[in-house]
Design a protein around this ligand. Structure first.
Ligand SMILES: CCCCCCC/C=C/C(=O)SCCNC(=O)CCNC(=O)[C@H](O)C(C)(C)COP(=O)(O)OP(=O)(O)OC[C@H]1O[C@@H](n2cnc3c(N)ncnc32)[C@H](O)[C@@H]1OP(=O)(O)O
Ligand SMILES: Cc1cc2nc3c(=O)[nH]c(=O)nc-3n(C[C@H](O)[C@H](O)[C@H](O)COP(=O)(O)OP(=O)(O)OC[C@H]3O[C@@H](n4cnc5c(N)ncnc54)[C@H](O)[C@@H]3O)c2cc1C
Length: 682
């Protein structure tokens, strides 16, 4: 019998690690953001990995009911741990992160509570937040309906004020007004923040296009109790349930995305979240004076967290693909030598290394996004709403770009792992299934690019009237120069300059946006023209967002980065990130006339030379993400590289192999083999 224990995987990864040219421990700190964050993460990842309740490798084999029940068990166990160990908010959130399973908690903590914080008055917060914090109620965020998701103004659920009882009557007047998709709604939540058209004093305050005196173009938020706090049964007038199985095994199926219908359900007037607007005892609608956009605050918050999370999800996929690419060998046998590691192949590197670079790029833009969000919150507290449009554009655009690249990147990593990547035990199919809805939820990624495009068109029109754009749009103030002066480089090495890179991305973004603005300005109907040139506008928005990511990477590089060789290898990654975008978007750079084909060819040469610098550090660069084997849940991505014995072992544990002769043999195989199908009952 062949020796099943000895393989080259572990020694290969040991050798890879010995080639590292930078201090991995220092890089771990850069990745974590601070020593304090790292300490919390280290504690929580170990706590989760060592607790059998959080086992997850069997997930792809579980049927929906078992999967869901098991996720409820995990959520309950997590809550017990949080209470027993008096975990801080940061620790609790990190614990949930490492449990790595979509659950009602995501919506309760991620949207229900933020919506209350953002849209309830102080009095209302005092009433609802303590209950939510101690989880004596479980909440979700019920905005989307069967008929409308992107078009928030098209929502149909009604909240009609009845002054005779001082109550709102919530109603779902049509099939399409059924709330559809909210996570946690299907089976777990006792309450929801729901969005409805306010009708009071005979006027519909949700309908667009009436006299602006009466119209709030925003649906208003209400807290609706939906299940009994005694026995969890739906309350009178409530029809609620789960919408059914979703994409992939495991994946997002641990979540109870739900449907909900209101049949004239009465809630107290005070359940309307009244920070933005209120309804008086007499039924008079009163605006608070805060900008209407505050009503979309929960979305801004969640989009920020999604940007921050993208690097994490991509880091998992690239860790698996990088380690496995080092372990996997195909072709190239020289006498007496092992076959070539697939990571040596140029095409493998050109697909994999830019994804490692994107992971770091998204990490740094996520860090910046967090600070931008904290800044806008502080300003709003001080009644300064001036940066809200920019923050909305940034969260929308970066959510769109980072989730699209991450979802595609996870799938690319699966392909980089060949056949074994397709097996669930690679961890990649489930990661993709759980992640890919991020391209749709919290705003479809195309729709969100249009928000950026509108912001850019507005900024450009202000430039036209002499106003200087600020923040991420500041470069548009320089559009005259950016639109006329082309790139001057003649040598490949000149590409390795942050100024050259930033100017190239600014010029491309400014030229694309400028061309759109010109087309719109010539059109008789601005809205129709926006639709006609929507594809160009989305391209301009994408270019603007890529510029932001490049700029934030460069900003990081211009800060102090301690640790032997850390700044040096990050610099290479920064160039890989930017130059690969030049390669992918060569058509933009050429068509806008900023670069020549020769300059693009020089950029590709530099990219290739950067890959050579990444190669000896590739495994260490993903080790720096510091993921536990539990969190990765991937045989291909094991830290020790011991892939083949574990793939073999896992196959032995496959339930189909419980019986040597399969259960269906007598009924369905034997009759075929024996030509007895006509006599047998199927
Ligand atoms: C913790 C992680 C948990 C993850 C789990 C996630 C589970 C998923 C949850 C969900 O999916 S919840 C549902 C989310 N739904 C959406 O995202 C819907 C997408 N649609 C929209 O956001 C909006 O409808 C729209 C596309 C932005 C269009 O808005 P609207 O129809 O009102 O028209 P506009 O005229 O375009 O906008 C008016 C005005 O408001 C500004 N604005 C729009 N959104 C925001 C915002 N979020 N913040 C600030 N400002 C906003 C917009 O720029 C316009 O401004 P002006 O041009 O008038 O100045
Ligand atoms: C897993 C998951 C979890 C979710 N959780 C929640 C939740 O907790 N709470 C909640 O309220 N909602 C939730 N949602 C709903 C989600 O927010 C919406 O599905 C999302 O906003 C997209 O809206 P839509 O489904 O209406 O897409 P649609 O708008 O119908 O999009 C369909 C297609 O049409 C295109 N399109 C639409 N309008 C335009 C236009 N004007 N111009 C060009 N193209 C256009 C889109 O780009 C897309 O390609 C969840 C969804 C999913 C998948």
């Amino acid at each position: 019998m062949a020796d099943m224990t000895e393989t080259m995987g572990p020694s290969t990864l040991r050798e890879e690690r010995s080639k590292t040219q930078f201090d991995v421990e220092a890089m771990k700190l850069v990745w974590a953001g601070s020593a304090a964050h790292k300490k919390v993460a280290d504690k929580m990842k170990v706590l989760v990995a060592n607790d059998p309740v959080f086992e997850k490798s069997s997930r792809p084999r579980l049927d929906r009911k078992s999967l869901y029940k098991n996720s409820l068990r995990k959520a309950a166990h997590a809550w017990k741990l949080i209470q027993d160990n008096h975990l801080t908010e940061e620790e609790a959130s990190s614990l949930r992160h490492y449990i790595d399973e979509p659950s009602y908690n995501d919506l309760h903590w991620g949207m229900f509570i933020p919506a209350i914080k953002g849209q309830a008055t102080e009095e209302q917060q005092k009433k609802w937040l303590p209950q939510a914090y101690k989880m004596s109620i479980i909440g979700c965020y019920a905005q989307t309906e069967l008929g409308h998701g992107s078009n928030v103004q098209g929502l149909e659920t009604q909240a009609v004020f009845d002054p005779s009882t001082d109550e709102f009557v919530l109603n779902s007047p049509t099939l399409t007004s059924t709330k559809w998709w909210p996570g946690g709604l299907g089976k777990a939540s006792t309450h929801c923040v729901t969005y409805a058209r306010l009708i009071t004093d005979g006027k519909d305050y949700g309908i667009h296009g009436l006299s602006s005196l009466f119209v709030s173009p925003f649906e208003l938020a209400f807290i609706a109790p939906i299940r009994s706090l005694d026995d969890h049964s739906p309350l009178p007038g409530i029809t609620v349930g789960d919408i059914g199985v979703k994409f992939g095994n495991g994946g997002y199926n641990t979540m109870d995305n739900g449907f909900l219908r209101f049949d004239h359900v009465r809630i107290p007037r005070d359940n309307m979240l009244m920070k933005l607007a209120s309804v008086t005892r007499e039924g008079k609608y009163v605006k608070s004076g805060q900008p209407k956009q505050i009503g979309y605050g929960a979305m801004v918050y969640v989009r920020t967290t999604i940007v921050v999370d993208a690097s994490n999800m991509l880091s998992r996929a690239v860790t698996i693909a990088t380690r496995y690419s080092a372990v996997r060998r195909q072709f190239g046998t020289e006498k007496g030598k092992p076959e070539t590691q697939v990571i040596e192949y140029a095409t493998q590197q050109s697909r994999l290394f830019p994804l490692i670079a994107s992971t770091y790029a998204f990490r740094f833009v996520g860090e910046w996004m967090n600070s931008l969000y904290a800044d806008v919150l502080a300003r709003i507290e001080a009644n300064d709403f001036s940066t809200l449009p920019e923050v909305h554009a940034c969260t929308s655009g970066l959510k769109s770009i980072t989730t699209s690249i991450t979802a595609d990147g996870i799938e690319e990593c699966r392909k980089l792992c060949g056949g074994h990547g397709y097996a669930c035990n690679s961890g990649l199919p489930e990661l993709y299934a759980a992640y890919v809805p991020a391209c749709t939820y919290e705003g479809d990624n195309t729709i969100l690019l249009f928000q950026v495009a509108r912001f850019l068109m507005k900024a450009l029109s202000q430039v036209g009237s002499g106003k200087k754009p600020t923040g991420t749009a500041a470069y548009l103030g320089n559009i005259q120069k950016l639109a006329t002066e082309n790139c001057k480089i003649t040598q490949g090495r000149e590409w390795l300059s942050y100024d050259v890179i930033i100017e190239a991305f600014q010029a491309r973004a400014a030229r694309l946006a400028g061309a759109c603005a010109l087309k719109l300005s010539k059109a008789p109907n601005a809205e129709a023209a926006f639709e006609e040139f929507a594809t160009d506008l989305a391209e301009a928005a994408r270019a603007h967002c890529q510029l932001i990511i490049v700029e934030k990477f460069v900003e990081k590089m211009r800060s102090q980065i301690p640790g032997r060789g850390v700044a040096e290898i990050l610099e290479v990654l920064c160039y890989v990130y930017a130059l690969d975008l030049v390669r992918i978007n060569a058509a933009d750079f050429l068509s806008t006339g900023y670069l020549t084909s020769k300059q693009i060819s020089l950029a590709k040469d530099q990219l290739r030379s950067c890959f050579k610098k990444i190669r000896p550090n590739a495994v260490a660069l993903v080790d720096a993400f510091d993921h536990t084997d539990h969190y990765l849940s991937s045989i291909l991505g094991r830290y020790d590289g011991d892939v083949y014995p574990n793939l073999y072992k896992d196959a032995q544990e496959e339930p189909l192999n419980d019986s040597v002769v399969t259960e269906g043999y007598a009924a369905y195989i034997r009759p075929v083999l024996k030509n007895q199908l006509r006599q047998s009952k199927l």
